[in-house]
Design a protein around this ligand. Structure first.
Ligand SMILES: CC(C)(COP(=O)(O)OP(=O)(O)OC[C@H]1O[C@@H](n2cnc3c(N)ncnc32)[C@H](O)[C@@H]1OP(=O)(O)O)[C@@H](O)C(=O)NCCC(=O)NCCS
Length: 149
């Protein structure tokens, strides 16, 4: 993910490669703790094709959408992988605050288009990108309707 789209990440490839097994396991466990969800599409051979996650960063913010990656061969609307992963995130978020919020790099046109065409809107808020103070991440949100459980 980092080498494919560095601006989608808040860590450099060099720093990620230096992370040890214990820390990766700690990060992995965060995705299944209370107040969070992680979904992944995994091929029969074990290769990960895509993953998305969300968590409640703070009750006033609601669900934050993070860790979004679909491997290039499985992108686009035809295969439906991006939509399928997002549907699972939205189903969870709709019952955990109702509004899904994300931050995307201002130069990440592909992700912005993918979000816009799926109903996310720019809020007008932005923040300095943690890896490059000369660029920004813009905020987008999508209001969700609670689903029956
Ligand atoms: C973000 C991501 C999950 C979106 O999934 P996807 O399957 O690529 O999304 P879609 O193909 O449905 O939509 C992307 C759109 O952007 C368009 N696009 C591609 N490159 C673009 C660019 N440089 N600028 C603007 N639009 C671009 C595509 O043509 C497509 O539009 P279309 O459906 O009208 O043709 C996927 O691209 C990805 O994993 N990217 C790398 C990681 C990343 O950026 N994560 C997001 C971090 S916030």
């Amino acid at each position: 993910m980092i080498s494919d789209t560095p601006i989608a990440c808040s860590e450099t490839e060099a720093d990620a490669l230096a992370v040890d097994e214990t820390e990766w396991r700690r990060r992995g466990a965060q995705g299944s703790r209370e107040g969070s969800i992680t979904v992944a599409a995994i091929a029969e051979n074990g290769n990960w094709l895509g993953t998305m996650a969300a968590y409640i960063a703070h009750p006033s913010v609601g669900p934050l959408f993070v860790g979004v990656y679909v491997t290039p061969d499985f992108r686009g609307t035809e295969l439906g992988l991006t939509d399928s992963l997002l549907s699972a995130i939205e189903a969870w978020a709709s019952n955990n605050g109702g509004r899904l919020t994300l931050h995307v790099h201002e130069a990440n046109g592909q992700a912005q288009k993918a979000y816009s065409k799926r109903g996310f809107e720019f809020t007008g808020h932005s923040a300095e990108y943690s890896l490059d103070a000369s660029s920004r991440e813009v905020e987008m949100t999508k209001e969700l309707i609670p689903t029956a459980v």
